[in-house]
Design a protein around this ligand. Structure first.
Ligand code: DON
Length: 309
């Protein structure tokens, strides 16, 4: 099946039909109090292809908390700033552990296994706090530039909500700092991290932002290069092997695309050379990934034949 012979809108409509009336399995994240308020029935999907075409259904234009999906953006920015030196402070291998685990840090001398577990994302946050006088503004500028959309913003209520219960992330940063792998004040790193996680974006905006990972680092509308081909290869390899924590192997089998999830119920995946796709359904499976989001992406790659495996 070639890209041109695929009717993406027909396939998305079919996925919506298959799942819209099914009872939702999983639980909406509640450890961040603000996330617990989001209705479990929300469901949307948006696919943006390399020809600039948009396909969608449901709540695809409604903004939600992107949470760990933000780790792909902060990693991209840190790679631009630090190049390969970044890998002295964070690894590139799957952890096989839950996203918020501390257990490997002791044996690994405070070097997190990868940038997508919380420990790794907190080291990346520290790099950005060191690199910019206003790291929050730098992150938003990066997002505005890759999307051409100036409206993408933090949600201060979600950031404060996570901060109020962020005991585990406080523990992780302090533990990393004890190994000398955090340069800045613990509060400054966590403030940046809670804000990056609070960014609100819709499936449409996420698919638009992720198209650079399907297009060798270059936007398709402005044709601006934000990452080199080699950097994109690194980000996609990390998404494939570490984007779903201890469910990365199953996601690779079921969906077969590099991607990244967040506890807000979003998942974004890319098919290098074809499309970026985002899906949102808040109830999470026991591994912390959107249950219906994963099922929807499984149907997408099965119906199109576009798993990369
Ligand atoms: O650090 C946390 O717990 C959240 N801000 C982000 C966690 C998350 O999204 C994990 N992803 N699946």
């Amino acid at each position: 099946m070639t890209s041109t012979s695929v009717d993406y809108q027909k396939i998305l409509n079919q996925i919506n039909q298959e799942f819209i009336d099914q009872p939702r399995s999983g639980k909406v994240a509640s450890y961040i109090p603000e996330l617990a308020k989001v209705p479990s029935s929300k469901y949307g999907m948006h696919l943006y292809d390399l020809d600039g075409n948009n396909y969608c259904f449901g709540d695809s234009k409604e903004r939600f908390s992107i949470q760990s999906i933000s780790k792909v953006f902060t990693l991209s920015l840190a790679m631009k700033v630090m190049g390969d030196k970044l890998w002295n402070r964070v690894g590139v291998e799957p952890s096989g552990d839950p996203f918020n685990s501390l257990s490997q840090l002791e044996n690994d001398s405070g070097i997190p296994r990868n940038p997508f577990i919380n420990a790794g994302a907190l080291v990346v946050a520290d790099v950005l706090v060191s690199s910019f006088s206003n790291p929050k503004a730098a992150l938003l500028t990066f997002l505005h530039e890759i999307t051409g959309n100036q409206e993408i913003a933090f949600d201060p209520v979600v950031a404060a909500s996570e901060q109020s219960k962020g005991y585990r992330n406080y523990a992780i940063v302090n533990y990393l700092k004890s190994f000398g792998n955090i340069e800045n004040d613990v509060e400054d790193v966590l403030d940046f991290y809670f804000h990056q996680c609070s960014i609100s974006m819709s499936c449409k905006e996420l698919a638009n932002a992720f198209i650079i990972f399907a297009n060798n680092g270059t936007t398709i509308e402005s044709e601006r290069e934000f990452l080199t081909g080699r950097q994109v290869k690194r980000v996609n390899a990390l998404m494939q092997t570490c984007g779903f924590y201890d469910e990365a192997g199953e996601f690779s089998f079921e969906v077969g695309l590099p991607g990244k999830s967040g506890v807000g119920g979003g998942i974004v995946a890319v098919h290098p050379d074809r499309f970026a796709v985002a899906v949102w359904s808040p109830p999470l499976n026991p591994k912390g990934n959107s249950a219906l989001g994963m099922a929807s992406l499984e149907r997408l790659t099965t119906l199109t034949g576009f798993s990369i495996f």
